[in-house]
Ligand binder design. Sequence first.
Ligand code: NDP
Ligand code: GDR
Length: 360
Amino acid sequence: MTQDAKVALITGVTGQDGAYLARLLLDKGYIVHGIKRRSSSFNTGRIEDIYQDPHEADRRFHLHYGDLTDATNLIRIVQETQPDEIYNLAAQSHVQVSFETPEYTANSDGLGTLRLLEAIRILGMEKKTRFYQASTSELYGLVQEVPQKETTPFYPRSPYAAAKLYAYWIVVNYREAYGMHASNGILFNHESPLRGETFVTRKITRAVAAIKLGQQEKLYLGNLDAKRDWGHARDYVQGMWMMMQQETPDDYVLATGEATSVRSFVDLAFAEAGTSIEWFGEGVDEKGMDRVTGEVLVEVDPRYFRPTEVDLLIGDPTKAREKLGWSHVIGIADLVAEMVREDLTSQQLAAATETAMKEI
Ligand code: NDP
Ligand code: GDR
């Protein structure tokens, strides 16, 4: 079968982007190895449909236990899998959580990247293995320039962003020092129905579905004024792959070029479910009510405020468009519609199953 197939290793394969990227690479004929963490409960829900039983012949999707905090484990996996391309997507990726777990976040997101680069070097694979680093628009942090592009100065505003800043620069350094094909994708927020439930977009679409189905009364949120450049993960993993196919490594912004506030995202999500929201009050007292029934559906809870906030992220993807031929396909309206639709369907299904179980 796959004698000449390219081999990819994805860290963070059980996450949102890992799941989309694994599918994309399998569709392109790659042999895909993914690193998953040991967990006391299943953490492979997002990759269930591409999972292949170890007993299957001609298997192209393989999972390995591993962790970015464990150097010897990473060296062994890289040695065993001999990847042509490594996509380093694993991270403690929640900005607010990074204020609670700053040292762990630095270890996995910052030093974890170094460990993988060192694994490549220790094994003498600098000329064989290309490296993609999941860098982030959070590097821009405190607004220095709008829209943000590859040359915009960084100003990280969280332990997560500071850890990712180290990772960004160690990738640049290994590229320059050892001639490695290592690239940073500076990706602006990208979402999907597979988005983690505690990121704001998914928290909103899940709550809209639950409120619609009578399973939840209210949605509590933090800063409604924050603006993000939200795209769809499916488009962004395509850009990651494109970076790895370039003759020379480089750093690229992937973004839509359009920013939306958290408040407007709420409006769009409720509208998708047929509810129009009217806002009243100010600051922590601001509320969103159903324009028809007058019922308050959204409230601000300061517990979700961050010690230091990133107010506005809006990216300029010109370089990616000109050099990679990449641009986003799915806009904010379609993204919100897909997320709300999927959450309504899955929660309806869960409710029906629960009822059926009670009737047995
Ligand atoms: P997710 O949080 O959905 O996935 C993170 C993945 O990393 C999960 O598979 C998780 O495993 C794994 N992981 C976490 N810690 C470790 C560790 N110590 N060792 C090994 N694996 C670990 O993130 P996304 O898919 O959304 O993002 C992918 C990458 O892109 C991340 O690095 C993120 O920081 C970055 N990024 C994301 C953006 C976005 O908008 N989505 C934008 C810019 C950058 P488990 O499933 O067990 O928790
Ligand atoms: P972000 O995503 O911090 O941009 O990081 P998140 O969805 O967590 O926050 C976006 C904005 O919404 C505001 N917000 C809330 N956020 C959460 N999570 N929960 C709330 O209740 C809430 N209310 C308001 C936040 O303050 C923030 O301004 C994501 C992650 O995927 C990172 O890994 C990635 O690097 C960046 O995107 C680009």
